[in-house]
Write a protein that binds this ligand. Structure first.
Ligand SMILES: Nc1ncnc2c1ncn2[C@@H]1O[C@H](COP(=O)(O)OP(=O)(O)O)[C@@H](O)[C@H]1O
Ligand SMILES: Nc1ccn([C@H]2C[C@H](O)[C@@H](COP(=O)(O)OP(=O)(O)O)O2)c(=O)n1
Length: 242
């Protein structure tokens, strides 16, 4: 059974105030998680990494020897697994049925397998439902990042943007992040190869109507955070992108 998050995970100060949902989509390695966390910290908002939920479900299936090709079994697993994760930008934990999987869900075996789960439409439906529930539990004051947040999970978010960067920048950043543990071919498969598979079910490369784009190829980390905050301000003051 999916159990709602215990209240103390979302401090009251992050839940109070006017609705401000910031929806961030983009390809692998574009900076969604790290930049979104920094933005949530600056704006005093909760934070949801939806990719971690797809990774957690993938870990659960592999751990339970559920065949990822068996769409009905994966969908059933999505409905029954209990996933708990930190909802503040300063926390970093993910638990699956009470097991701490914070580290394991970032391992290359999960990165390799996760697209099989992310392209399961029944599993997506269930995770989207949970994500919308979490947004409501956070008083709609949250930065949410993933691949279908601007279009499916929170199409009415106060601010919606695609965070992107050139393929070269994304490969370089992911390589640095993984401390040089991966060959160039492995990195390419995990970043470019995975995006190609995921793009068969969600369009996260192109901004939908009203969605802003921030390209961080030529920006450093802090400049990118500033650019996203500017988009949030502009969205709130002037509305969606023209
Ligand atoms: N503008 C930037 N300049 C330099 N490094 C960045 C920038 N944006 C993100 N990074 C770094 O790139 C790496 C990948 O970012 P991450 O947030 O994991 O991407 P995603 O969630 O989109 O896959 C991280 O180590 C992050 O700190
Ligand atoms: N809202 C989302 C979030 C992630 N996914 C998929 C896409 C990715 O292959 C996996 C893991 O996402 P994650 O954001 O952790 O991926 P990165 O390694 O940061 O690129 O889940 C999705 O289909 N929809």
């Amino acid at each position: 059974m999916f159990v709602t998050f215990p209240e103390p995970v979302i401090p009251e100060r992050l839940r109070l105030g006017k609705s401000l949902v910031v929806a961030v989509d983009g390809p692998s390695g574009s900076g969604k998680s790290s930049i979104s966390k920094a933005v949530a910290r600056r704006l005093g908002l909760a934070f949801l990494d939806t990719g971690a939920m797809y990774r957690a479900l993938t870990w659960h299936c592999l751990n339970g020897r559920i065949n990822l090709e068996n769409a009905a079994a994966v969908e059933a697993a999505a409905r029954t697994v209990k996933i708990e994760q930190s909802l503040t930008p300063d926390g970093d934990f993910v638990r699956v049925n009470g097991i701490n999987v914070t580290g394991p869900i970032r391992e290359p075996d999960i990165s390799k397998a996760v697209s099989a789960v992310a392209t399961n439409l029944g599993a997506r439906r269930e995770l989207v439902r949970r994500q919308q529930e979490i947004i409501a539990q956070c008083g709609s004051r949250i930065v949410v990042e993933g691949r279908d947040i601007t279009t499916v999970v929170a199409p009415r978010a106060e601010a919606r943007l695609i965070l992107t960067a050139s393929e070269e920048a994304r490969l370089r950043r992911r390589g640095l992040q993984l401390g040089g543990s991966q060959t160039q071919a492995q990195l390419r498969e995990q970043v470019v190869g995975r995006d190609a598979k995921d793009a068969t079910v969600v369009d996260f490369q192109r901004a939908a109507d009203g969605v802003y784009t921030v390209d961080s190829s030529e920006l450093d980390f802090e400049e990118t955070v500033d650019a996203v905050i500017n988009v949030v301000r502009r969205s709130v003051n002037e509305g969606p992108a023209a």
